[in-house]
Design a protein around this ligand. Structure first.
Ligand SMILES: [Zn+2]
Length: 111
C-alpha cells in the first residue's frame, strides 16, 4: 500500500487473477468462451448490426468470485457477448469497445 501514491489510491479496485483450464466448463461456470447459460426461453444473443449470433466472450459466476470481492458486483451470472464477424467488421463499424454498441451485449442473469 505504501508503494501506491496517495493521489491514485482513491482509484484502487479489487482484482483477482482467474485460474483457467482448457475446455468448456459447467453451464453456470465462469468462462472466457464456450456455451453460456441461457434462460429456457431465451434465444442466443444476435448482433444488432449483422444479425449473426454473437460469440460468448466472458461469463462470470458472481457467486463463485474470490471471497475478498464476494457480493461486490451482485449475484448470478454476468455475461459479455461480442460480435466477431469479419463479413461486416462489426467490431469497427459499431465501435464495439464502447458501451451500448450494437455488436456487443452485457447481460446480468439470476440463475
Ligand atoms: Zn455483427
Amino acid at each position: 500500500m505504501d508503494l501506491i501514491p496517495a493521489s491514485i489510491r482513491p482509484f484502487m479496485r479489487a482484482a483477482f487473477l482467474p485460474k483457467v483450464s482448457e475446455g468448456d466448463g459447467a453451464l453456470k461456470a465462469s468462462k472466457f468462451w464456450g456455451k453460456p447459460w441461457l434462460n429456457k426461453n431465451e434465444d442466443w444473443p444476435v448482433c444488432q448490426h449483422c444479425g449473426k449470433p454473437m460469440q460468448l466472450f466472458l461469463q462470470l459466476n458472481l457467486n463463485s468470485l474470490p471471497e475478498s470481492i464476494q457480493g461486490e458486483f451482485g449475484t448470478g451470472l454476468l455475461q459479455l457477448f461480442y460480435c466477431t464477424s469479419t463479413d461486416t467488421n462489426c467490431e469497427v463499424e459499431c465501435e464495439a469497445w464502447l458501451p451500448f454498441a450494437k455488436s456487443m451485449l452485457v447481460l446480468c442473469c439470476s440463475t
